[in-house]
Structure formats: C-alpha cells, structure tokens
Ligand binder design. Structure first.
Ligand SMILES: Cc1cc2nc3c(=O)[nH]c(=O)nc-3n(C[C@H](O)[C@H](O)[C@H](O)COP(=O)(O)OP(=O)(O)OC[C@H]3O[C@@H](n4cnc5c(N)ncnc54)[C@H](O)[C@@H]3O)c2cc1C
Length: 235
C-alpha cells in the first residue's frame, strides 16, 4: 500500500472500487464545487439565502437526475455515480446538495417510476436542465417520521382531484415550479400527486431563521381546495 494513497485520504481504498468514468465524473464535480460553491457559500449561509445562480451549473454538471434514462433528459448513469456527484456537492454545502438530491431522488425518480408516459415527457427533460425545479411534500406539522398520520387529503371529483392540507419543512418549496405531494384519498390510502405552481389555492410560504442548511430554501406547501386535473395513466 503506497504512502501516496494515504496522502489522498483514500484510507479504505474506495477508489479501487470505482471505474475510470466514475472517478472522472467525481473529479470534475469536485473541481466545479471548489470553483463555484466553496468561495461563495459562507456568505449565502450567513444571509440564509439560496444561491439561485448555481442552478444552471448544477444542471450542467449532471446533478439533476443523472441516472434517469437519456430518453427523458437524464444521462443514464448508475447509482454509484449519482452518489459520487452528491458526495462532492455535499463537500461544498449540505443545502446545495439538498436542492440537487430532492430534485433527483424525490421529484424526478417518482415521476420516472410511477408517472404516466405523458408526465415523464412533460416534466423530466425540463427538470434535468433545471429549467423547471421541483419539491417533495411528505412532512406535515404533526406528521414527520410517521407519514401514515398525515391529514393532507384528495377527493376524487371526476375530471380532477380536490386537494386540501399543508406540508412543512419542504426543501426548494419557495421557488419550485412543481411539487410531488403525498395525500390520503377517501379510502385512507396515500397517493402521490403532481401540483403545479399557479394552481389556484396553492401557496408556498418560506420558512425563515433555520439553524442549519441555511443556504437551502425551505418552505411550506399550503393547499386550499386546489383542483388538480387528472392526467392519462401509463399505458
Ligand atoms: C431543512 C429541512 C429540510 C427538509 N426537507 C424536506 C422535504 O423536502 N420534504 C419533506 O417531506 N420533508 C422534509 N423535511 C422534514 C424531515 O423529513 C422531517 O423533519 C423528518 O421526517 C422528521 O420528522 P419530524 O421533524 O416531524 O420529527 P418527529 O417525527 O417528530 O421525530 C422527532 C424525533 O423523535 C424520533 N422518533 C420519532 N419516532 C420515533 C420512534 N417510533 N422511535 C424512536 N424514535 C422516534 C426521531 O428520530 C426524531 O429524533 C425537512 C426537514 C428539514 C429540517
């Protein structure tokens, strides 16, 4: 075991488990974080402000849904590469990593896995380029670790669902264009639904004075009789 490897802090020889492509992607994300995130992040964290100008760069380095197939705007990479990209962003700041991992794992993945083909084509390519940003609404004021106690609900009204309730501690909420929201139907089953900014009765008040993840934008999702149109289901 060479001394050089310890100097690189690879104490567990993890690099030996990675492909050349994985190492190349990791190193280029590391260089981007060093250049774009590290020099500015302290000021943004102190001011509790999200550095929105980083969204384009995050999309360019492939931080939004890298494992989503290229057909839907992703890069078709493996989950280890995705983990390495998040690890390097985390090195710069947890809040920025939150923005990227929420977009990838909590917004793009459920749409890819459970959405209809129409929903995949409509949302995924724009989410991959950062042209559209998303958030994920599960937690409620009285329902965190135990999501089955949620009270946010949908009622089937024929051509649309009627959504009522509120979510809190939602990353990206203040600027998200869409929200993947979890709500109980009339039978008490938890369903996922996509809510778009601009739908009547949907608001996203920002949460202020956090003690951590200060450079991440966090907010509530409030649904007051929001009519969510039904979409064609997957064929
Ligand atoms: C900055 C930030 C961003 C967030 N972003 C999102 C987001 O994007 N989307 C979203 O849906 N949520 C988000 N959350 C919410 C987060 O997922 C919840 O805070 C988390 O699920 C815990 O829920 P809670 O805060 O209600 O804590 P609680 O569920 O009340 O838990 C409080 C404590 O009790 C412990 N505990 C709870 N139940 C048990 C048990 N049965 N046995 C032993 N210990 C237990 C927990 O481990 C914890 O330490 C975010 C939170 C923060 C702070």
């Amino acid at each position: 075991m060479s001394k050089d490897r310890f100097q690189g802090h690879d104490y567990y020889l993890l690099d030996d488990l990675l492909t050349d492509e994985q190492k190349l992607i990791r190193d280029s994300v590391r260089a981007w974080v060093k250049q774009e995130v590290s020099p500015i992040i302290e000021g943004y964290a102190q001011r509790a402000e999200f550095p929105k100008h980083l969204l384009k760069g995050l999309a360019d380095i492939g931080a939004f849904g890298p494992y989503i197939p290229t057909k839907y705007g992703g890069q078709g990479l493996d989950q280890i590469t995705y983990g390495l990209i998040m690890q390097e962003i985390e090195r710069g700041d947890s809040g920025i990593r939150s923005t990227a991992s929420v977009q990838s794992s909590l917004v793009m993945y459920p749409i890819y896995k459970y959405g209809s083909e129409e929903q995949r084509m409509k949302y995924l390519p724009k989410l991959a380029t950062g042209e559209m940003m998303g958030c994920f609404g599960l937690t409620e004021p009285d329902s965190g670790s135990d999501p089955s106690s949620m009270i946010t609900n949908i009622k089937d009204k024929g051509d649309h669902y009627l959504l009522n309730g509120a979510k809190m501690w939602i990353s990206n909420a203040p600027f998200a264009d869409i929200a993947v929201v979890w709500a109980k139907n009339e039978e008490g089953k938890i369903k996922g639904i996509i809510v778009e900014r601009g739908m009547e009765g949907f608001t996203t008040p920002e949460t202020h004075d956090k003690w951590s993840l200060r450079a991440s934008a966090t907010g509530e999702l409030v649904f007051d009789n929001v009519k969510v149109p039904k979409r064609k289901s997957s064929s």
